[in-house]
Design a protein. Structure first.
Length: 218
């Protein structure tokens, strides 16, 4: 099997596995926990804490319905570009395993959250602090296609932040609640910084050859 085809198969397998893991965790949380319910995993340091994010990663928000639609479309465009760029590097034999993993993490993470935005509003009913959501409810989902909320559940509380600290005072470090897909994107971006010279290689400039000879004085 040629190298390029082997890399393409490996990349597809990694992306699919990561998306499956992300969706299994999200669907389990969505169908087993009420909104705001928490399960301690490692003392007070690591918890499953179910929240829904209508906007960006790590619990941030971006506008109302129009902003959410634009954000989802932007993610789709970004994933399409990354897939094209990865394919281009594989085709030109510029790919290696660390860079391949970098692309796979970012693509899988972005796709994981895109799935939430596109389909969760259609296939789930509303999660509330008093009720656990069900899949494919008789009355339909809680939002139209493309307007679903992203499921977040990983809450890490390493140490308290002083009350007088701007913005996050009185909370814990790291104060955001995120999901597996967010983690994939974050690790992928960190790897982009580490392997940037491998990813953004400059194409060697071809030296034109011909019959040109410098003029000489008679």
């Amino acid at each position: 099997m040629e190298k390029g085809r082997r890399y393409s198969i490996v990349a597809s397998a990694i992306i699919v596995v990561l998306i499956i893991l992300d969706q299994i965790l999200k669907i389990w949380v969505k169908t087993h926990l009420a909104l705001g319910e928490s399960i301690p995993l490692l003392g007070n340091w690591l918890n499953l804490y179910f929240v829904e994010n209508p906007g960006m990663a790590f619990g941030l928000s971006f506008g109302q319905n129009f902003g959410k639609l634009m954000l989802t479309l932007l993610r789709v465009v970004l994933v399409a570009f990354l897939c094209w760029y990865m394919h281009r590097m594989i085709k030109r034999d510029k790919m290696d395993i660390p860079v391949l993993i970098t692309f796979c993490l970012i693509i899988a993470g972005a796709l994981g959250n895109i799935i939430d935005c596109m389909f969760y509003g259609v296939i789930f009913n509303e999660s509330t602090p008093l009720a656990v959501a069900a899949m494919f409810p008789e009355g339909g989902g809680y939002a139209p296609f493309m307007y679903g909320k992203v499921v977040d559940m990983i809450y890490v509380r390493l140490f308290p932040i002083p009350e007088n600290f701007p913005l996050w005072g009185g909370t814990y470090f790291f104060p955001a609640i995120f999901n597996f897909a967010d983690s994939c994107v974050t690790v992928g971006v960190a790897l982009v910084i580490i392997f940037n010279k491998r990813i953004f290689k400059e194409e060697p400039k071809e030296i034109e050859t011909g019959d040109y000879r410098p003029e000489t004085e008679d």
